[in-house]
Design a protein around this ligand. Structure first.
Ligand code: NAD
Length: 251
C-alpha cells in the first residue's frame, strides 16, 4: 500500500488559504480528485487558480460548515460531480485570542459553531455517500492546544478538545461502514495567522519548537495524504500530533 490517491475523491473545507490550501495541494499531488470548500469566495477563487497553476484541478464549492443546508449542498455538489466521496478533511476553523474575562458569548458561539459543530455536520453528512462507495477516511483538524496551554483562547481550546472526543466516538460508530476517522493535532504552522508577526517574533516561536522551526502547511498535508491512503488502512480513532515536538515542550 502506498500514498497514491488516484481515483479517490477528496473534500477539503477551509481550503482557501493556510493549512487547508496545503492539504488540498498535497492531496492533489497524490492524485486525488479535489473538491475545495471555503466560506470566503475570494479566497476560494484564488486557491482554485493557484492549484490550477500547479496542474491540480479542483472543483470549488462555497460552503459555511456551520450551516446544515450549506454542508448538505457541499456533499450533494461533490457527489453529483464525481459520483463518490472517499476523503473528507474537516479543516475549516477560527480562533479568538483573548483572556477568559474578555471572551464573549458570541466569541464562544462562533468558535464552537465553526470548529466543533462544523466538524460534526460535515462528518455526519458525508457518511452515506462514503458508505455507498464502500468506505472512506475522515480527517479532523485538532490542535496541540487541546492538551496543553499555548495562548489564551479558551473557546478554541474547548472546540479542539471536543474534536478529540468526536473523532474517537465517530471512529467507533462508523467502523462497520469501513469509514476511518482520525485527527491531526498541528503545532505552530506558518500560515496567514503568522503574517502579522515580525521575523524576530517568528524566530522566537520557532525557537520554542524542539525541531527548531515552524511547521509548513505541507507537514500537515503529507500527514493527511497518509491518513487518507491505504497505508493507514488499520488506523482509526487516532489523534496524530504534527508539532515538531512542540506538544512535548513549548517554552
Ligand atoms: P486560516 O485562518 O489561515 O484558514 C482557515 C480557512 O477556513 C480560511 O480560508 C477561512 O475562510 C475558512 N473558514 C473559516 N470559517 C469557515 C466556515 N464557517 N466555513 C468554511 N470555511 C471557513 O487557518 P489555518 O491556520 O490554516 O488553520 C486551519 C486549521 O488548522 C484550523 O482548524 C486550525 O484550528 C488548525 N490549526 C492551525 C494551527 C496553526 O498554527 N496555523 C495550529 C493548530 C491547528
Amino acid at each position: 500500500m502506498d500514498n497514491n490517491l488516484e481515483n479517490q475523491v477528496a473534500i477539503v473545507t477551509g481550503a482557501g488559504q493556510g493549512i487547508g490550501f496545503g492539504i488540498a495541494r498535497c492531496l492533489g499531488r497524490a492524485g486525488a480528485q479535489l473538491v475545495v470548500a471555503d466560506v470566503n469566495q475570494e479566497r476560494l477563487d484564488s486557491a482554485t487558480v493557484a492549484l490550477g497553476e500547479m496542474g491540480i484541478d479542483a472543483l470549488a464549492i462555497a460552503c459555511d460548515v456551520a450551516d446544515q443546508q450549506s454542508v448538505n449542498d457541499l456533499m450533494a455538489g461533490a457527489s453529483n460531480a464525481f459520483g463518490r466521496i472517499d476523503v473528507l478533511v474537516n479543516n475549516a476553523g477560527v480562533i479568538v485570542v483573548k483572556p477568559i474575562d474578555e471572551q464573549s458569548e458570541s466569541d464562544w458561539d462562533r468558535v464552537i459553531d465553526i470548529n466543533l459543530k462544523g466538524t460534526f455536520l460535515c462528518a455526519q453528512a458525508v457518511l452515506d455517500p462514503m458508505a455507498a462507495g464502500g468506505g472512506g477516511s475522515i480527517i479532523n483538524l485538532c490542535s496541540m492546544s487541546a492538551y496543553g496551554f499555548t495562548t489564551p483562547h479558551l473557546p478554541y481550546t474547548a472546540s479542539k478538545a471536543g474534536i478529540i472526543g468526536l473523532t474517537r466516538d465517530f471512529a467507533v460508530e462508523v467502523a462497520d461502514r469501513q469509514i476511518r476517522v482520525n485527527a491531526i493535532a498541528p503545532g505552530p504552522i506558518e500560515t496567514p495567522m503568522f503574517d502579522g508577526l515580525s521575523q524576530a517574533q517568528k524566530d522566537a516561536h520557532a525557537a520554542k519548537v524542539p525541531l527548531k522551526r515552524l511547521g509548513h502547511p505541507d507537514d500537515i498535508g503529507n500527514t493527511a495524504v497518509f491518513l487518507a491512503s491505504g497505508a493507514a488502512a488499520f488506523i482509526t480513532g487516532a489523534v496524530i500530533p504534527v508539532t515538531g515536538g512542540a506538544d512535548l515542550k513549548y517554552s
